[in-house]
Design a protein around this ligand. Structure first.
Ligand code: ASP
Length: 338
């Protein structure tokens, strides 16, 4: 039997067992919503883009030892945050049009606790600041200088995040683009690279608990102070431990308009598979902003309580990394505009 088939079989067996258990315990289930059974002892982590693969490896180290999904996603996304070669997340991220690297990040756990930072400068690991906001304050979100002061007060070091490569590219961009932010399209940078990308990661641990993290330097050469979807709970990330978790990447403005990740989770609650929920969220963007959608990239990624996962994007090119007991791979997402 292939690994995938074994996995599906295991999922079905566990589903049947949990459903039977619920019946025995006389649990009522609303007509429109069947609580998905959890696959315990079968951890999984998924994350956006091929650079999710090394991030998943760090998360997997936590999950395979029986650790908590929250610790796994924080450890996972810290990998690209610290990587100077990754120009869309953390240290080495492309700056705004003023040459300032401003970071957005959020984190959410199985108890719906969440924390977030936006427009944070000088800190390599915004995800860990987001977690401290969640765990050490009564708030959900800190921004700008307040977020920086909070990070420094909690022992984090102030660093220069603008690497020579990102600075040189920004200076070259200034010459041609005359200080106008890049309109939100992929392949507008020299060499046809993307002007955006984010790591969004969601995981389920051996206890069947879900958590997620999302972190980015946002759109390159954005206006100073611009905040995308990534640190917005419900837009760039959402976790509902009864149902599933979702995250997004791409043009944040389009994701915020439809509160994308929350929408994906609610569609899964209605019984849609992760891929279908992501597809419907993409179609919602197309319906709400048809002109902008043609020119933009958005990708959604989702995981449900059974350990099923899927993604969907507006345009060709989105891919995501998956790691569980059987798989360690990058998958090309399906997309809307063929
Ligand atoms: N979603 C990010 C933002 O809008 C960028 C990206 O994922 O490409 O800031």
């Amino acid at each position: 039997m292939t690994d995938r088939r074994k996995f599906v079989k295991l999922s079905l067996l566990s589903s049947a067992a949990v459903l039977a258990g619920n019946k025995l315990m006389g649990k009522a289930t609303p007509a429109s919503y069947v609580v998905p059974p959890t696959v315990k002892d079968n951890p999984i982590v998924i994350s956006t883009w091929p650079f999710g693969k090394p991030a998943n490896a760090a998360a997997w180290e936590v999950l395979r030892k029986g650790g908590r999904a929250l610790d796994a996603v924080e450890a996972g996304v810290r990998v690209p945050e610290a990587d100077p070669h990754n120009q869309s997340v953390g240290y080495g991220g492309r700056p705004d049009r003023d040459g300032r690297v401003t970071l957005d990040a959020c984190i959410m756990d199985e108890n719906s606790k969440c924390g977030s930072v936006a427009c944070l400068e000088h800190i390599v690991h915004p995800i860990s600041v987001a977690r401290m906001v969640m765990e050490k304050t009564p708030h959900v979100m800190l921004v700008g200088d307040g977020a920086l002061q909070f990070a420094l007060a909690n022992g984090l070091k102030k660093e220069n995040l603008l690497t020579p490569k990102s600075e040189a590219e920004w200076r070259a961009w200034l010459k041609d683009h005359k200080y106008k932010p890049v309109i939100n399209i992929e392949n507008q940078l020299p060499g046809g690279e993307s002007n955006h990308d984010t790591i969004g990661m969601v995981a389920m641990d051996k206890n069947g608990n879900l958590s997620g993290a999302c972190t980015t330097s946002g759109l390159s050469y954005k206006l100073h102070g611009r905040v995308g979807d990534s640190p917005i709970i419900g837009a760039g990330l959402y976790v509902d431990n009864e149902v599933g978790a979702a995250t997004s990447t791409g043009v944040g403005e389009e994701v915020i308009r439809i509160v994308g990740s929350h929408l994906v989770v609610e569609l899964m609650r209605q019984g849609h598979s992760p891929e279908d929920a992501c597809k419907q969220a993409v179609e919602r963007i197309v319906a709400k902003s048809p002109a902008a959608a043609r020119e933009a990239q958005v990708g959604f990624l989702a995981l449900n309580k059974k350990g099923d996962f899927g993604g969907y994007a507006l345009q060709k090119g989105f891919s995501y990394a998956v790691r569980n007991g059987n798989l360690n791979t990058v998958i090309e997402s399906k997309y809307h505009y063929v």
